[in-house]
Design a protein around this ligand. Structure first.
Ligand code: ZN
Length: 312
């Protein structure tokens, strides 16, 4: 079929109108990417070559003395189960009930994952979860439209499975309209347990640097979105605990264990080191605030929005 000059011009005009309506629809649209790095000791992140996380720090607020337990309640162990449950629910262990890695006393129906809270106000917002420490996916995740839960196994399994998670997340972040995404990386904790949590341990530092490369790929994927310039992405990075020696249990009095990083980064983030004490549970309150969710009193969130322009 011969396309006339008139038809060709009409086609171009239609495409331009379509593209500009897409851009208009994306104007100011808000997104959250929460990145969780298991067992990330703060001085290791400071010492490692992590240009991608450094760039996010520079473009936001950060603290390396974020507390994994609150002032009201500290009876949960300084391990992954309670840590990730606090990270994802925004409440401390006396509420969510997870005190160890058995998840036995969990009250996740009452204090759910923040995707659940987001969907109460915006049922149509899409959410995505990428996790390779399987208990988080099994016991905590709810209301994830895209749900990738690997069970890392084998020697150095997390290095391999973190890579798989990053691959899957990159594709979703670049191509889909997902308002809240959580990506978990476990190789840092695994290498800490095998070789030691310390900046002088090459295997641990290498794991930290590898995670930074994954973070760089996630950011590239976000920036490749055709509507990226119109969108407002908030990137949150934190951990569940640090480490000392080859462990991190019962670390309530050990700063290298109970202090972690919290980074709040993006155009809507304030640019400075936090001048207030921040807590792991602040992450959910901050994510919800950025997504314009009105937190309900009955949610009983323990955290507060931090690091957002106008929020502190
Ligand atoms: Zn952990």
């Amino acid at each position: 079929m011969r396309v006339s000059r008139y038809q060709s011009i009409l086609c171009t005009v239609c495409l331009l109108v379509f593209a500009s309506s897409l851009l208009r629809a994306a104007e100011g649209r808000k997104y959250v990417l929460a990145i969780g790095i298991d067992g990330l000791r703060t001085d290791a992140l400071d010492a490692a070559k992590t240009p991608n996380i450094d760039a996010l720090k520079k473009n936001g607020s950060y603290s390396n003395t974020c507390k994994i337990q609150g002032t009201r309640y500290q009876k949960s162990d300084t391990i992954s189960g309670p840590g990730w449950t606090s990270y994802l629910t925004g409440v401390w262990a006396d509420k969510h009930g997870v005190h160890d890695n058995e998840f036995g006393g969990r009250r996740i129906n009452r204090y759910p994952h923040f995707f659940n809270l987001l969907k109460q106000q915006y049922p149509d917002y899409k959410t995505a979860s990428f996790i390779d420490w399987y208990p988080i996916d099994k016991f905590i995740v709810s209301k994830a439209d895209i749900r990738v839960g690997f069970e890392a196994h084998g020697s150095d399994g997390y290095t391999l499975f973190d890579q798989h998670l990053a691959d899957r997340a990159v594709k979703v972040l670049a191509e889909q309209d997902v308002r809240a995404t959580m990506v978990y990386f476990g190789a840092t904790d695994e290498n800490g347990h095998r070789f030691g949590f310390h900046p002088s341990v090459p295997q641990y530092m290498s794991a930290v640097e590898k995670v930074d490369q994954h973070v760089g790929r996630l950011m590239e994927a976000i920036k490749s979105r055709p509507t990226y310039q119109q969108e407002d992405w908030l990137i949150l990075i934190s951990s569940d605990h640090g480490g000392e020696g080859k462990g991190h249990g019962s670390g309530h009095q050990i700063p290298n264990i109970h202090n972690i990083y919290l980074i709040v980064s993006g155009a809507s983030a304030a640019k400075n080191e936090f001048n207030q004490q921040v807590y792991l549970v602040d992450l959910v309150a901050t994510a919800l605030k950025h997504l314009d969710v009105q937190a309900k009193p009955e949610w009983q969130l323990d955290g507060k929005p931090v690091g957002l322009l106008g929020a502190q």
